[in-house]
Design a protein around this ligand. Structure first.
Ligand code: MG
Length: 225
């Protein structure tokens, strides 16, 4: 079947543009533990990776009878933002990959489960904000978060590119499922520091992404295979 040329690359943020997942998992586990709920890193990776805070709040209530209120969320955000400001790094090779896309005339944007404030902070402390603004889309802009296709479809519509001409770069199973549900090419990025274990690869492979890669510098090549 003929593969239409890619006109838009939609990047997830956490675990794709910035290596944030180890920090956010640590903060989430600590916050749950403080509230008396004994979850660990493995639980968070399995159940919350790539999902919105709305989903986390719902799961906390349903699975653990834990009510996450504004105070809880605010304390967690402050803890996380502090860590981002002192140590968040962009994914290696990303700047060069964005340069490649620009030279090839391929547009790009970010579509993340995080709230707009967190996306902007992540991109600004890593020097990436000017590469993406104003093309920043958050799960808070749509009704259903990943794995529903809503956010990617919203981003494609706003960027003026048909879903069949979009490629999504995602690290999480929820995000890859969302890309497929949106009728877009699903590129699984496995180069972030959390995405290395055999269990992670097993879950990603089961979703049959169109491409799986672990060096961001290979992105343009991956779009052309
Ligand atoms: Mg992600």
């Amino acid at each position: 079947m003929h593969q239409p040329a890619t006109g838009l690359v939609i990047f997830d943020c956490d675990g794709v543009l910035v290596d944030s997942e180890p920090m956010s998992v640590e903060v989430l586990v600590a916050a749950f533990n403080r509230a008396g709920v004994a979850i660990d890193d493995a639980y968070v990776y399995e159940n919350f990776l790539g999902r919105s805070m709305a989903t986390v709040v719902e799961t906390a209530r349903e699975e653990f009878a834990l009510t996450i209120d504004e105070r809880f969320l605010d304390a967690m955000r402050q803890d996380l933002y502090q860590r981002f400001r002192s140590g968040l790094r962009a994914i290696e090779g990303l700047t060069a990959a964005l340069d490649d896309l620009e030279r090839a005339g391929i547009a790009f944007c970010v579509a993340s489960s995080s709230n707009p404030e967190r996306i902007v902070l992540s991109l600004s402390v890593t020097g990436l904000l000017h590469r993406f603004e104003p093309h920043i889309f958050s799960a808070t802009m749509v009704k259903n978060g990943k794995p529903a296709p809503d956010l990617f479809l919203h981003a494609a519509e706003r960027m003026g590119v048909a879903p069949a001409c979009c490629a999504v770069v995602e690290d999480s199973p929820a995000g890859l499922a969302a890309a497929k549900a949106a009728g877009m090419r699903a590129l699984a990025f496995c180069g972030a520091s959390h995405a290395t274990g055999p269990r992670h690869h097993q879950v990603i492979d089961a979703l049959r992404p169109d491409v799986k890669f672990d060096a961001m510098g290979d992105l343009l090549h991956c779009l052309r295979v």
